[in-house]
Design a protein around this ligand. Structure first.
Ligand code: GLC
Length: 748
């Protein structure tokens, strides 16, 4: 389609009109030019397509896949790609051009009400999985819309608050979650977030919408606002926000017209925005698959598979898998009515839902409701009934978790406890039956005060409409659990690094913890956690061997190949998530102890061995250096760690890296002796004047007090600014000497 010809035929008013929605869910069409409109639909884990008003029942019956909190635990790019494919196909069948997902925001705090919709506390994992979903969706010629770009990490005051952080934190954590996804997945669209970043609304933040997103990362689609996120329409357009959704009923369109007429807005900017929008509309229209069929049953089966591959086995003291021969007490409202999705714009009008009870027809079951789900009140009658059920059964399975009222889009949690009525129930059941299993339905970490009293814990998160079947498959061993936590479960929410400043003061939200988010913090501080990032058990066991690096010395521009053998040494087949972390053992920068830089999920039959290979390049070793405003690899040793979680190292090997980026440091009179000695020629340049300033006055022989005076003096010298030598010499060191040293240092 000759886009430019269409644009040339448009009036100014029509062009301005294209930059906002035609209705709540669609772009505008222009009938006289044959330009069709294109529909959006939420996402991110099902087709939340509206047929008329905002009542959930007015949304089409669709398939609710597991939420991102669940599928992230799969650590499985292919699985998430397949879910993306199914979503793309559903969109084609319903004539939806762009699905509003994935949501890749970092889980800064377990309190965020919308964590269920996000992948991880780790940007590498989040970006890889978001890229997989984007590629899956777009394989069906439907656009993905990665959101909410960026730093939308709380619901509190989300439309006005400012996420304030330094550029290193931004680059290494919050932008990084989007960078990989945009570069790898190449989404057709990006949704800007509601919030401000360092005081500037995302919707009008040229630095990130244009300079970073487009010029650095190569994004070539269009940016759409979150619904109602537009602040100043003309500024937004200049910054790189092409499409306002849903609409401002022509008011902002008129502002664009006036701005062009007064010269405030260059019409070429408007034309470019229109071109970017229409490009995507035609990319969808010209690749329409009118034969696509929304096979709900097939997608339901996929939803069950996605859930069963994501469930995380957190504890198992020789009780799972269960036997169908044993009587089981299924206790808890969620056994019959599982909480399988989050609240808000992502809510899916599921065409059906299967509970664990529904899927356990071949098991001798006793059911007891156990607790109220709409009010957190302890119902002793329900507990007593549950205790009786538990006493009569071989095993008690309590289906617990967070009710809708505890977490949702729109508000954040104030604590991470389960409802008190559920904790009371669990305590009573464990007293009644020593064989107790807990199944958790929650979108974000919870405290588990009963963890030492139960035999097993399955984290099923918000596992989609087929979570009941998936849970039964794992409980009874039809599926060997292979999920790993994509976020740390802290012992207490107070331990979380953002705790002191979370939600901020007014609209000022300071990310004072910097890059120390999630395991980057807990591992640096060697803090106890309930369950670490990357943790998860299996019904089988795996051993690791033959860790090999293809080089032990390299430059930062080289690539490193890492290979490791993994063997299934258990009795049943299973999947292992092989996790690779890089741990810098050198440098001046303050960095996390280790960071995830690779993961692969593999299937192994008993006694089978596979070799897993990783390829690492510069970014796996770099940090973002504020002085040079770029990624920088410090020369020195780096440890490659193959781990079973962020803190359980199985094998490791070292590589020495020589950085090729020379940080031009300008030395001044305030440069310390220690810094100067780091200069390649620092020692030789300093020698003449340091010789004049002999330490012999404080040598061992003078160390009369035996109190380490020499050590102290060396430390004092190291931290002394160059100019300080004058004050602490016998006058033999002059300012002229100082200037000569600086001239030599800065000339190299
Ligand atoms: C919202 C959400 C966004 C969603 C949009 C449309 O407020 O933040 O994720 O896609 O509205 O429903």
């Amino acid at each position: 389609m000759d886009i430019k010809r269409i644009i040339n035929q448009m009036t100014l008013e029509e062009k301005a009109g294209i930059c906002s929605g035609g209705d709540f869910w669609s772009t505008k069409g222009i009938e006289r030019l044959g330009l069709p409109k294109m529909m959006f639909s939420d996402g991110p884990y099902g087709l939340h397509k509206n047929s008329s008003d905002s009542n959930l029942e007015s949304y089409i019956h669709a398939v609710c896949f597991p939420a991102a909190c669940t599928t992230a635990a799969s650590f499985d790019r292919d699985l998430i790609y397949k879910v993306g494919e199914a979503l793309g196909n559903e969109c084609q069948s319903e004539n939806v051009g762009v699905i509003l997902g994935p949501a890749a925001n970092i889980k800064r705090s377990p309190l965020c009400g919308r964590n269920f919709e996000y992948y991880s506390e780790d940007p590498y994992l989040a970006s890889e999985l978001a890229a997989s979903q984007i590629k899956g969706i777009q394989s069906k010629n439907v656009g993905a819309c990665i959101k909410h770009f960026w730093a939308n990490n709380q619901e509190h005051r989300r439309m006005t608050s400012s996420s304030d952080m330094d550029e290193r934190t931004a680059r290494e954590i919050y932008l990084a979650a989007f960078e990989g996804a945009v570069k790898l997945g190449k989404p057709w669209t990006v949704m800007c977030s509601y919030n401000r970043i360092n005081g500037v609304y995302s919707a009008e933040n040229k630095k990130y919408l244009t300079d970073v997103l487009r010029k650095e990362w190569g994004f070539d689609g269009f940016v759409v606002s979150d619904w109602g996120a537009v602040n100043d329409r003309v500024s937004d357009l200049k910054a790189g926000l092409e499409l306002e959704m849903p609409t401002s009923f022509g008011m902002n369109d008129q502002k664009i017209v006036e701005a062009v007429k007064t010269g405030e807005l260059d019409e070429a900017v408007l034309d470019k925005a229109v071109e970017r929008i229409i490009n995507i509309v035609y990319r969808f229209i010209e690749n329409r698959d009118c034969n696509a069929i929304f096979d709900r049953e097939a997608d339901h089966e996929l939803a069950r598979k996605a859930a069963s591959e994501s469930i995380v086995l957190l504890k198992n003291e020789n009780i799972l898998p269960l036997s169908k021969k044993d009587t089981a007490a299924f206790i808890g409202y969620f056994a019959k009515w599982p909480r399988y999705q989050g609240g808000g714009s992502s809510r899916i009008n599921s065409y059906k839902m299967e509970s664990a009870i529904d899927m356990a027809k071949d098991i001798d079951l006793i059911y007891a409701q156990g607790y109220e789900v709409h009010d957190d009140i302890i119902r002793q009658d329900l507990i007593d009934e549950a205790v009786e059920a538990a006493k009569r059964a071989k095993v008690a399975v309590v289906f617990a978790g967070l009710p809708d009222a505890f977490e949702s889009e729109g508000f954040d949690r104030t604590h991470i406890r389960l409802p008190q009525c559920q904790n009371a129930l669990i305590k009573a059941v464990t007293n009644a039956n020593p064989n107790t299993v807990i199944v958790l339905h929650n979108g974000s970490p919870v405290e588990m005060p009963w963890i030492n009293d139960v035999n097993a814990v399955l984290e099923v998160y918000l596992g989609g409409q087929a979570i009941g079947g998936a849970t039964i498959q794992v409980l009874y061993g039809e599926v060997n659990p292979s999920g790993r936590l994509a976020e740390t479960f802290p012992l207490r929410v107070q331990d979380n690094p953002s705790y002191l400043y979370y939600l901020g003061e007014g609209d000022c939200v300071e990310y004072r913890e910097g890059v120390f988010v999630g395991y980057r913090y807990y591992d640096k501080k060697e803090m106890g956690v309930l369950f670490p990032f990357g943790y998860g058990l299996s019904y089988t066991a795996f051993s690791y061997s033959n860790l090999k690096l293809d080089k032990t010395k390299m430059k930062d521009l080289d690539t490193l190949t890492v290979m490791v053998d993994v063997t299934n040494i258990g009795k049943c087949a299973g999947k292992e998530v092989v996790q690779l972390y890089v741990a810098p053992k050198c440098g001046q920068a303050i960095r996390p102890v280790r960071e995830l830089k690779g993961f692969e999920k593999i299937f192994l039959e008993p006694n089978e061995t596979k070799t897993v290979t990783f390829t690492l390049s510069k970014r796996a070793f770099a940090y973002y250096d504020m002085n040079i405003q770029d990624w920088y690899v410090e020369s020195g040793e780096y440890e490659i760690q193959i781990n079973k979680s962020s803190r359980k190292i199985i094998l490791s090997a070292s590589v020495h890296i020589t950085g090729t980026v020379h940080k031009k440091i300008i030395y001044t009179r305030d440069s310390t002796i220690g810094d100067i000695l780091h200069h390649p020629n620092g020692s030789s340049i300093l020698k003449p004047i340091l010789d004049k300033y002999s330490l012999t006055g404080y040598g061992e022989e003078d160390n009369l007090l035996g109190d380490g005076t020499k050590v102290m003096m060396e430390a004092l010298i190291k931290n002394m600014p160059l100019r300080g030598l004058i004050s602490f010499s016998d006058g033999s060191i002059t300012f002229k000497n100082i200037e000569k040293v600086l001239k030599e240092l800065n000339s190299i």
